[in-house]
Design a protein around this ligand. Structure first.
Ligand code: NAD
Length: 266
């Protein structure tokens, strides 16, 4: 059997970018996956793509869920349980980045960033943990946080604050859920340009302009700043999520794994 053959994963923001790569990798390793994203059509399209890749029709399902809305989160988790009989891998990946300077960041910007990433990931973790605890089978909760949870940079105050919030959620949940055999870990990616909707939005173009380069060279530009001189792709983040969910990491909880080609140390 495949390594994750008995597992059921609920991945938020999985219609695009890093989340889609995570859902795809977990499915390839044998898990059933729920693609939960804002737009039903996009979630279903991503799930269909995953099924086709795996050569199946029912390994992945797509659901609409705004993580900032608790009723929607609860409904999506209930649908996941209906579809697959439970949930035991939860990936808090949904996010967006407004990337504004201190003085450009409005109250509404602050609220949106915090609603989706700080509150949203809390709502998903809390409601999913209820299911995991009741199942008595242990499980994994993985947050896709960011290098920005620890390191400061310009033009990112609201985004980075939510990532620091997520990092502490990881530690607090690891403490509270450990006795139930539930591991809670985080990933700190950085510079995932190709395949990421965050960079595909106007933000990537703005960054390229700041550095005086072409937008299509942004990935290479970020790679040059890393210790390994390697570009980070969504698949590299997915690899780390997969690894954390395997028995090889059975005794690891409350950890943040950098997937940044060493840029945080550069
Ligand atoms: P992306 O835009 O490709 O994917 C984000 C997904 O989240 C989108 O499909 C979007 O629809 C979904 N989403 C947004 N708001 C939502 C909501 N309220 N409810 C449900 N889904 C919602 O971007 P990505 O780069 O793949 O980002 C995924 C995660 O990785 C984010 O949390 C981001 O902060 C984090 N991250 C990305 C990078 C990077 O370099 N790209 C670096 C560090 C961390």
């Amino acid at each position: 059997p495949k390594p994750l053959a008995t597992r059921i994963a609920f991945v938020t923001g999985a219609a695009s970018g890093i989340g889609k790569a995570i859902a795809t990798r977990l499915a390839a390793e044998g898990a059933c996956v729920v693609v939960a994203d804002l737009d039903l059509e996009k979630s279903v399209a991503a799930a269909t793509e995953i099924n086709e890749l795996i050569g199946s029709t029912d390994v992945a399902v797509g659901l609409a869920a705004n993580v900032a809305d608790e009723a929607a989160v609860q409904a999506a988790l209930a649908d996941a349980v209906l579809a697959f009989g439970g949930v035991d891998i939860v990936v808090n990946n949904a996010g967006l980045s407004l990337s504004k300077s201190l003085f450009d960041t409005t109250e509404a910007d602050w609220d949106l960033q915090h609603d989706v990433m700080a509150k949203g990931s809390f709502l998903v973790a809390k409601n999913a943990a209820r299911i995991l605890v009741d199942q008595k089978l242990g499980g994994d909760v993985v947050y896709i946080s960011s290098k920005n949870s620890v390191f400061a940079g310009p033009n990112n105050i609201a985004y980075s604050a939510t990532k620091a919030d997520q990092a502490h959620q990881v530690r607090l949940l690891a403490a509270e859920l450990g006795e139930h055999g539930i591991k809670v870990n985080g990933i700190n990616p950085d510079g995932v340009v190709r395949g990421s909707g965050i960079f595909a939005s106007g933000w990537g173009a703005n960054r390229a302009k700041t550095y005086g380069i072409e937008e299509q060279d942004l990935g290479k530009f970020y790679a040059q700043r890393t210790l390994l001189k390697r570009e980070v792709l969504p698949e590299h983040v997915a690899n780390a999520v997969y690894a954390l969910c395997t028995p090889d990491f059975s005794h690891t909880t409350g950890l943040h794994v950098p997937v940044d080609a060493g840029v945080a140390q550069a």
